[in-house]
Write a protein that binds this ligand. Structure first.
Ligand code: PLP
Length: 416
């Protein structure tokens, strides 16, 4: 293997890739341009104006009137940690329904912040029945239920409206990790009554990883403020601490971040200005297209891909009624072993990245993402024709052209 330290002084020159895995995906060129906008400091009135714009834009993206809608600097799990570290006090009961890898992540983070965490599981590739969720919540009486809207590892999507109603009937708050779904799947936060949500940029919003939009209700804000302990070096003389236990993380302390994002502008971290510009542009692109139209584009594109894969003789993974609109799982044909050679050829011969999965699905399924900027007809056709060639080279007989023809069929049925 070539020693990459020989290239230390060469310019970056990455191979062009079409990122059709489960994320990250190719970034909208407008977002890349926004990231090269000159920086300002976070006290500059023009920059605080941009921060306020970001709050307004993400209220629209989350379809909420929540005042507390802002960014956490860091990848999507930074948003998850901020929400759970601030909301879950040591000893608080948390329920994490696990239907894939990211349910385990929510479980682990909740335990790390001292929650008394209980979990229920369902087979990967399925979702939870609402009755089971209600029985468990009634029995366990959690203070917080933490779940992913879409678990990217299994490509499944859990309906949330009913779950929010169940949580509220039993006095629990609902936290949702919408990293994999926001922008490509409906998430009307106020209409569905979700209490607190976090997301990431690198999936349907087609931005770079490194910023996590979050939103939470006034009721959640009141609970968080009880744990407010302002950092000594920046405390105003009249600062009052809450009576609740101090939050175990400074970086992810939501009450301090509320002061930072509010007109008070109490200093906290140095805002990651380039990521704020990126987040702003991602939201603008999504809202210009319209949430509904963007959702429809994801449905159409995934349908075209799925029709193509099926026509090639492949079997789609998971409960057909509860798939995410932006990622598709397919069983790896036996002839391809764990599927890594086909992924290698897709990447190195065709420049297309697709993924496998984790845990029990590692080497069992491939995952193909059609999200954000990547979510378009030309990419579906490129992916299907390249996959056909790679499959044939790996001993799978595929009817020539069937995948591409079936995808074309879906587009022509839609008048496109
Ligand atoms: C559903 C879900 N949650 C959380 C994460 C973690 O995101 P990050 O890697 O940006 O921290 C991911 C990443 O793929 C995800 O798909």
């Amino acid at each position: 293997m070539r020693d990459s330290t020989n290239d230390l002084f060469e310019e970056l020159d990455p191979e062009p890739r079409l990122l059709m895995g489960p994320g990250p995906v190719n970034v909208y060129p407008r977002v890349l341009r926004a990231m090269s906008t000159p920086l300002q400091g976070q006290f500059d009135p023009q920059f605080t104006g941009y921060m306020n714009q970001v709050m307004s834009l993400y209220r629209r993206v989350f379809e909420t009137n929540n005042q507390w809608t802002f960014l956490i600097n860091g990848t999507a799990r930074a948003g998850i940690e901020a929400c759970l570290a601030s909301l879950v006090a040591p000893g608080d009961k948390v329920l994490t329904p696990v239907y894939g890898r990211f349910g385990h992540l929510l479980n682990e983070i909740s335990r790390r912040v001292g929650g008394d965490v209980v979990s229920i599981d369902t087979e990967w590739g399925t979702i939870f029945d609402a009755n089971i969720l209600e029985e468990t919540i009634a029995r366990e009486k959690p203070r917080v239920v933490a779940i992913s809207q879409g678990d990217t590892s299994t490509t499944m999507k859990q309906p949330l409206k009913e779950l929010a109603e169940i949580c509220h009937r039993h006095g629990a708050l609902l936290y949702v990790d919408a990293t994999a779904t926001l922008g490509g799947n409906a998430l009307p936060v106020d209409d569905w009554g979700i209490d607190i949500v976090s997301a990431g940029l690198q999936k349907c919003l087609a931005g770079p990883p490194g910023s996590s939009p979050i939103t939470f209700s006034d009721e959640v804000a009141d609970i968080l403020l009880k744990r407010k302990h302002t950092e000594r070096g920046i405390r105003p003389a009249d600062a009052k601490d809450g009576e609740g236990p101090i939050i175990g993380s400074n970086y992810f302390d939501l009450p301090m971040l509320m002061d930072y994002w509010s007109p008070q502008r109490l200093n906290h971290h140095t805002e990651s200005a380039s990521m704020l510009y990126a987040s702003r542009e991602c939201a603008r692109i999504l809202l210009e297209e319209g949430l509904e139209d963007c959702g429809k584009r994801h449905v159409l594109t995934s349908n075209a891909l799925r029709a193509g894969l099926t026509a090639m003789g492949l079997t789609l993974f998971g409960d057909a009624d509860h798939r995410m609109q932006n990622v598709t799982g397919i069983f790896i044909p036996k002839a391809c072993g764990d599927g890594s050679q086909v992924r290698h050829e897709m990447l190195h011969d065709f420049g297309i990245e697709i993924g496998t999965s984790f845990g029990p699905l590692d080497g069992k399924i491939w995952r193909i993402g059609t999200m954000g900027y990547v979510c378009r007809k030309s990419n579906v056709l490129r992916c299907l024709s390249s996959l056909e060639a790679a499959l044939r080279r790996n001993g799978v007989s595929v009817p020539a052209g069937a995948g591409v023809d079936a995808a074309y069929g879906v587009y022509s049925d839609a008048g496109l």
